[in-house]
Design a protein around this ligand. Structure first.
Ligand code: FDA
Length: 304
């Protein structure tokens, strides 16, 4: 049943008409639990509050189905507006973005031009940028762009997904760049030809790559709400005398808020992924797919 609901929400997340409709009608159905607002001003307010509690942030301007150059340029403009707001307001925040929003599906020229604009602004404001990882069909292209940009900029990292079979080799190959990587389980629906179908295998692979990347001496963001993974990481760093400055935990805005604060109190760096923007629908559906139990919030939101 849970798997059915998961697939249903992932299916809904890709619906272009619903995406358009959601944009028109504003944050609804309890989406504000996971999305920090529709404007940068609203997002800044949320970030200030999180920072005041000792939580660091990575901000994400939401955007789905960008399929023309003009839209991709507008998305990049919004990233630059966010960077400037972080600099101006002295927020403890990084930036996250998706290659498809920058024009990955349009042309190499568009995506690279937008990335250079963003990275120049980020460098000027001393802000770190993480390229989120999308579905497998975009994986290799995203990784190639990351490698190219990493050879030109210090302040860039990307995401590696534990559900892919190829992941261990990627983490090993990337070691020559000493990259700051965000390690995750993986959020997209991938076929068994490329990804572990069983959760236990994903979890095992996740532990392997966390260990590998940390023991290679690289900065590691462990982005998970899974207590078993958090405990594994804590134990691993303790046993291997890895300092708290070599890693951080990351969670999504609105998920396990209390645990986020506890980890700060325990002395760990905790970064919250804060999405904002009018294009909240697909992101919201993916969060529901991860945990169909959250559907209760949607129903409450509908009747409010
Ligand atoms: P999993 O979903 O296996 O959950 C394990 C346990 O965690 C649950 O049993 C429960 O105890 C607890 N839990 C999970 N969700 C909860 C909730 N809502 N409330 C309470 N408890 C909950 N993916 C991707 O493909 N590309 C990317 O770029 C990113 N980026 C990214 C950034 C950040 C900061 C995070 C945290 C995650 C991502 N992801 C991602 C998503 C990631 O791949 C994955 O889909 C989700 O984090 C869910 O997997 P978990 O590791 O949290 O555990």
């Amino acid at each position: 049943m849970e798997q059915l609901l998961r697939n249903f929400f992932l299916f809904l997340s890709k619906n272009k008409s619903l995406t358009k409709m959601a944009k028109k009608y504003g944050l609804r159905f309890g989406a504000s639990r996971f999305v920090a607002g529709e404007t940068i001003e609203q997002a800044v307010k949320v970030i200030k509050d999180l920072n005041s509690k000792g939580l660091e942030v990575t901000i994400d301007y939401l955007g789905e189905f960008v399929d023309n150059e003009q839209e991709a340029n507008v998305m990049a403009d919004h990233c630059i507006i966010a960077i400037e707001a972080i600099g101006r307001e002295k927020l403890k925040s990084q930036l996250s973005l998706k290659m498809t929003s920058m024009g990955l599906d349009i042309s190499d020229e568009v995506v690279m031009r937008n990335m250079y604009r963003i990275l120049d602004a980020a460098t000027k404001n001393h802000i770190f940028v993480t390229i989120d990882m999308e579905d497998f069909t975009r994986f290799q292209k995203t990784l190639d762009i990351f490698k190219q940009l990493k050879s030109e900029y210090e302040n860039i990292g990307t995401v590696i997904q534990a559900y892919l079979y190829r992941t261990e080799k990627d983490v090993s190959d990337l070691n020559e760049f000493s990259p700051n990587l965000r390690l995750v389980k993986g959020a997209y629906k991938e076929p068994p030809e490329v990804a572990f179908p069983e959760k236990k295998d994903v979890d095992e692979n996740y532990k392997n790559i966390i260990k590998m990347h940390l023991l290679n001496g690289n900065y590691t963001a462990v982005a998970s709400h899974d207590e078993a993974i958090i405990e594994y990481t804590k134990q691993l760093v303790k046993e291997n005398h890895i300092s708290n400055d070599q890693f951080e935990f990351q969670m999504l805005y609105g998920i396990r808020n209390e645990r986020q604060l506890e980890l700060v109190q325990e002395g760990y760096k905790m970064r919250v992924y804060v999405p904002y923007g009018t294009d909240w629908y697909g992101y919201f559906m993916r969060r529901l797919a991860e945990r169909p139990a959250n559907v209760a919030f949607v129903l409450k939101g509908m009747f409010k």
